[in-house]
Design a binder for this molecule. Structure first.
Ligand code: PGA
Length: 247
């Protein structure tokens, strides 16, 4: 049985004080029905981790080198020092605006896992690729590019978020059928690379305009183990409604 995993992704939102207000507003509401968490800006990591008892706190990125001349970047030892246990990698906005590649994500996932930080690895096709019927080949290529060369036991622990780029922040969510189909492809590619046992353990999320009123439909799908949620994770009431929807 895979435990559901629901993470908010705040992106470049919330100051330290706002993050604290959110964590204090949500933490006591968290249940054991799923791993519930939020991916916060670097500046809010320390405060959020210290304030959270139940909510998991993730970083939104990390560099694959331990240190060096990489202005503006943050390394795994820096995350570890703050007791960070989760990191989102390869979000489509990182790929689109900061030119992140599958190879970068693979290196980031490797160093994170070595340090005991669990990656949430994001994949998903663009609208152009979706309309050209390329979804399956794009997802398979991203999954293998991001995970090849990693240890199977490690891969079993991580999370893969399938987020079609055309559904992110657009209010245009994928149908549960499309989401299920793509999440099944993600799992099948993990099976090709690492075998049945790892494929059955790895948790796959759907992301893209998930809200309190559509999350149950996604969660009822066989290969969808959770959600990565942007907009609807920013408000305390909306995140609490999401927690309440997971029974
Ligand atoms: P959204 O974002 O829920 O606002 O569509 C999802 C994401 O980018 O992870």
């Amino acid at each position: 049985m895979r435990k559901p995993i629901i993470f908010g992704n705040w992106k470049m939102n919330k100051t330290n004080a706002e993050a604290l207000e959110f964590v204090n507003g949500v933490d006591a509401h968290v249940t054991d029905k799923a791993d519930f968490g939020v991916a916060v800006p670097f500046t809010a990591l320390d405060t959020s981790i210290k304030a959270a008892n139940n909510l998991k706190i993730a970083a939104q990125n990390v560099h694959f080198e331990e240190n060096g001349a990489y202005t503006g970047e943050i390394s795994v030892p820096m995350l570890k020092e703050l007791n960070t246990e989760w990191v989102v990698l390869g979000h489509s906005e990182r790929r689109q605006y900061f030119n992140e590649t599958d190879a970068d994500v693979q290196k980031k996932a490797k160093v994170s896992l070595e340090a005991g930080i669990i990656p949430i690895v994001c994949v998903g096709e663009t609208l152009f690729e979706f309309e050209a019927d390329k979804t399956e080949s794009v997802i398979r290529k991203q999954v293998s590019g991001c995970l090849s060369g990693l240890d199977g036991e490690d891969v079993a622990k991580l999370v893969i978020a399938y987020e079609p780029v055309w559904a992110i922040g657009t209010g245009k969510s994928a149908t549960s059928e499309i989401a299920q189909n793509s999440c099944a492809i993600v799992r099948d590619e993990v099976r090709n690379l690492f075998g049945d046992d790892v494929a059955n353990k790895v948790r796959v999320q759907y992301g893209g305009s998930v809200k309190p009123d559509n999350i149950e439909e996604y969660m009822s799908q066989e290969d969808i183990d959770g959600a990565l949620i942007g907009g609807a994770s920013l408000e305390v009431e909306s995140f609490k409604a999401i927690i309440d929807a997971i029974k």
